[in-house]
Design a protein around this ligand. Sequence first.
Ligand SMILES: Cc1cc2nc3c(=O)[nH]c(=O)nc-3n(C[C@H](O)[C@H](O)[C@H](O)COP(=O)(O)O)c2cc1C
Length: 133
Amino acid sequence: MEKFLSPTHLLVSETDEKGLIKYANEDFCYFAEYPVEELEGKPHNIVRHPDMPKEAFKDLWDTVKRGDIWRGFVKNSTKNGNFYWVYATVFPYTNSDGEKGFLSVRKMATKAETQKYDALYKDMRHQHHTGRS
Ligand SMILES: Cc1cc2nc3c(=O)[nH]c(=O)nc-3n(C[C@H](O)[C@H](O)[C@H](O)COP(=O)(O)O)c2cc1C
């Protein structure tokens, strides 16, 4: 079953350099259907939905590792097998101790956006499977 964000929802999470979750806010936990204790220390692919093409995450990691901000549409899974779409902005940062990490802020995606990216990601997965370029 699809869950829908409202315009006021902001789903925030933070990871270390390896993508292990250090922090998740209340809206993130509510949509992902996990208590925060079950997220802390886990790889962020815990919410990965199988419909997401791996190229999207390669682009995300390539972008933030070179110090740039990544923006994109993401379909996530919930603990109980539901899903939700977001528009994500992922920021790289270095804190005052020199530790690097990443912060993601997610907001509502419109119906038109989710339809567009649902179709695009389906094509990307298909091309990947058939080896077409
Ligand atoms: C700050 C941050 C937030 C992320 N948020 C998500 C997310 O909400 N959903 C997701 O599937 N992957 C997210 N990722 C990417 C995952 O780390 C992972 O690369 C992705 O789920 C694909 O899994 P895989 O690398 O095991 O193939 C995030 C990464 C970072 C650095």
